[in-house]
Design a protein around this ligand. Structure first.
Ligand SMILES: Nc1ncnc2c1ncn2[C@@H]1O[C@H](COP(=O)(O)OP(=O)(O)OP(=O)(O)O)[C@@H](O)[C@H]1O
Ligand SMILES: [Mg+2]
Length: 249
């Protein structure tokens, strides 16, 4: 009989990945990570830790010089970025993730341009999923609130029906309420057969809704574990979450 605690095969694996922006100057060193199906896998760590670099390395935006990126058991190391959507991966960058001078509808039409005959139906689905965007579809994206703009970026990512979404700090710069809404929406996607790899600075909020968490620092793996365990881990709290041990100054 199958062992009930054996976890489903990861959707995505980074295996001892070394990568950087210029040859011979690695930013990531031997970074290893699994994203399990229909889970939120969280990456946290200090500024400059290499979180965005890891997302970009997975998305083929910078060269992986050693190690492997594996999607559903297939090697996709150094994937061409124009192949990402076809492989079922969508990437929501940390900044500049929609065109502010275009309307919401135009942004979504651009995201749907490879959907062919399915485009109209998918647009309807996206508007049903994001009614606030439907209501403002003729407005320029630049007029949206920060939270609404993140929802637009997420909607654009979902246009290709990905199985894995890479999200780099979707709640950055948002009010606590908007940040919570964006993060809860990301969580909700896992019920629609989407797996999420999420980088966040809103660590406490993100740990509450993630399944598993990896801590990166100086381009290397530090600690990882179930998000609930890391939230309650005193040492993690002191080093990474800004909590102090009781009784210390
Ligand atoms: N385009 C680039 N060219 C060269 N080095 C870069 C580039 N982008 C980032 N770096 C360097 O890579 C290291 C990791 O940066 P990265 O952006 O991955 O950090 P991060 O963990 O995402 O930080 P933050 O929390 O500030 O977003 C830093 O030392 C940074 O200076
Ligand atoms: Mg970053």
């Amino acid at each position: 009989m199958a062992d009930p605690v054996v976890q489903a095969r990861p959707v995505l694996q980074a295996k001892t990945v070394t990568a950087g922006y210029v040859p011979d100057l690695p930013i990531l060193r031997d970074v290893t990570l699994d994203v399990r199906p229909n889970q939120v896998t969280l990456i946290i760590g200090p500024n400059g830790a290499g979180k965005s670099t890891l997302i970009k390395a997975i998305a083929g935006l910078l060269p992986v010089s050693n190690g492997e990126i594996v999607l559903d058991g297939r090697d996709i190391t150094n994937i061409r970025t124009d192949q990402l959507k076809a492989q079922g991966i969508a990437y929501v960058p940390q900044t500049d993730n929609c065109f502010r001078s275009l309307t919401i509808r135009q942004n979504l039409d651009l995201a749907l341009r490879q959907a062919g005959a399915e485009a109209a139906a998918r647009l309807d689905q996206l508007f049903a999923q994001f009614p606030a965007l439907a209501a403002k579809q003729r407005d320029k994206a630049g007029t949206l609130s920060g939270g609404q703009r993140q929802f637009l970026a997420i909607a654009m990512a979902l246009a290709s029906k990905p199985k894995l979404v890479l999200m780099d700090e979707p709640s950055a710069g948002l009010s606590p309420k908007a940040a919570q809404e964006v993060l809860e929406h990301a969580r909700g996607l896992t019920a629609r057969d989407v797996s999420i790899l999420l980088v966040e600075q809103n660590v406490n909020q993100a740990l509450r809704l993630a399944d598993h968490c990896y801590i990166l620092a100086e381009g290397r793996n530090q600690i990882d574990g179930p998000a609930a365990d890391l939230r309650d881990n005193k040492i993690v709290g002191e080093i990474y979450l800004g909590k102090r041990r009781e009784g210390t100054a």
